[in-house]
Design a protein around this ligand. Structure first.
Ligand SMILES: Cc1ncc(COP(=O)(O)O)c(C=O)c1O
Length: 449
């Protein structure tokens, strides 16, 4: 059979593909043909600037020959080994992950297929280690689409599947300053006091739930799709202290915020906090192959020194994915991409603020490294969002369409626009995307009261 022609892709996809995160009758996918650096092209040759690293995951940019070659050599050497076998690439990848982990303290690594199952396994490990069952997570969070990870997820994506998800999850509030429930009357509260108020809230929940029932606090170090919520100074350290005080395992979900995204290897590194476990995926291979991981302190792993860990996956530690991870981490080191993201952080911040100053529909902007967001509003005084909670609006739909029509691929979520480009982006390429955004925001400006 000859390979499919470009014009067969969409009709066949419509006929046979079941799409995730979509109403099947409404999907309108971009038929993507190739990708390089910060750009990708559709099969007609139209170029898009990728302001979302596809799914916030292609951290080193598209089409890096060094990773592709490493994967090819691994295929030649050994394409697959059973999960119980030791391989050269597994030894190397786990050592590398341990080395770059916070304070190099998470020295045992369990490889998974992605972020959701990394979180599932981290929860199981925390439960076994503590002998407790509850897991505290935040409302503005996403931890994955499998049943346990969905239960852990605080945002509305879980609601369609309730009440039959994993039991034992209790949600708490995020330190989200722009719309802080506790500070409507005191918006100028100091950062330290703001952090402490949210730590008090967490401690109150721990008390009510009973510390002796709580296995873990699981949270995104910097919240991703739920709003690039950057914890105030002192907050992460405070969560660490609460976990120590009550014997609770602290799990940092760094699936989106890890691997240079925030200008450090991991977001927790900004606050010098060492979690007991850290989950990762996405930037671990920059999506050249599927892979996730749970990195843990040795004492957690020791729970299973003499007891069998009942869990595993056929493709655990797949050699080709591990080859992608090792090459990807080496590329990040060689090209100093973490440092590059850190140095572009203030540049991105300036560009975001400039948009905020010239567009009335921009309520607030935030970023840490190359992890940025614009919150769009209808009214500066009331902060009424441009789209309702868990909803869309004609203006947000039109803004996204304008960007796509003008070759800018980005992610809009409810009333927000995320800016999460590959870490290889240059200042000039950022400007190229911001020029399109600048025009697109005229659409939402038109809706401001
Ligand atoms: C913070 C976070 N955790 C977990 C996940 C789930 O990862 P995966 O889609 O690889 O299962 C995601 C995915 O977007 C994420 O952003």
């Amino acid at each position: 059979m000859p390979p499919l022609s470009n014009d067969q892709i969409l009709p066949l996809s419509r006929e046979h593909v079941f799409w995730t995160w979509a109403a099947q009758a409404k999907v309108n996918p971009i038929p993507v043909g190739r990708a390089k650096g910060v750009y990708f092209w559709d099969t007609e040759g139209k170029r898009y600037l990728d302001f979302n690293s596809m799914t916030m995951c292609v951290n080193i940019g598209h089409g890096d020959g060094r990773v592709i070659e490493a994967m090819k050599s691994q295929l030649d050497e050994l394409p697959y080994a059973a999960p119980g076998m030791a391989t050269r690439i597994r030894a190397e990848a786990s050592r590398l992950v341990a080395e770059i982990s916070p304070a190099s303290a998470l020295t045992k690594v369990l490889f998974t297929l992605g972020g959701a199952d990394a979180n599932e396994n981290a929860i199981k490990l925390a439960r076994a280690y503590t002998g407790r069952h509850k897991v505290l997570t935040r409302y503005r969070s996403y931890h994955g689409a499998t049943a346990g990870a969905m239960a852990a997820t605080g945002d509305p994506r879980r609601q369609m599947w309730e009440p039959l998800l994993m039991p034992g999850v209790v949600h708490f509030l995020d330190p989200y300053r722009y719309r802080s429930t506790f500070h409507r009357a005191t918006p100028d509260v100091s950062e330290a006091e703001f952090a402490q108020d949210y730590l008090n809230h967490l401690e109150e929940i721990i008390t009510y739930e009973g510390p002796e029932t709580i296995a873990a606090v699981l949270m995104e170090s910097v919240t991703g799709t739920n709003g690039i919520i950057i914890p105030p100074e002192g907050y992460m350290q405070g969560v660490r202290r609460l976990c120590d005080k009550y014997g609770i395992v602290m799990i940092a979900d760094e699936v989106m915020s890890g691997f240079g995204r925030t200008g450090k290897w991991f977001a927790v590194d900004h606050w010098d906090v060492v979690p007991d476990m850290m989950t990762m995926a996405k930037g671990l291979t920059s999506a050249y192959a599927p892979l996730g991981a749970v990195a843990m302190k040795p004492e957690i792993a020791a729970t299973f020194d003499h007891t069998v860990f009942e869990g595993g996956l056929t493709y655990t530690a797949h050699p080709v994915s591990l080859a992608a991870a090792v090459a990807n981490i080496n590329v990040m080191r060689e090209d100093k991409l973490v440092e590059h993201a850190a140095s572009l952080g203030p540049v991105l911040n300036r560009m975001l603020k400039d948009l905020g100053e010239s567009h009335p529909s921009v309520g607030e902007v935030r970023n840490i490294g190359l992890f940025g967001i614009l919150e769009l509003i209808r009214d500066r005084k009331t902060k009424e969002p441009m789209a309702p909670w868990n909803g869309s609006s004609p203006e947000m739909t039109a803004l996204r369409k304008y960007c796509l029509d003008h070759g800018l691929f980005l992610y809009t979520h409810w009333h927000t626009v995320l800016v999460i480009p590959p870490l290889v982006i240059t200042e000039e390429q950022l400007r190229e995307g911001f020029a399109v955004l600048d025009k697109a925001l005229e659409i939402t400006d038109g809706a401001v009261k």
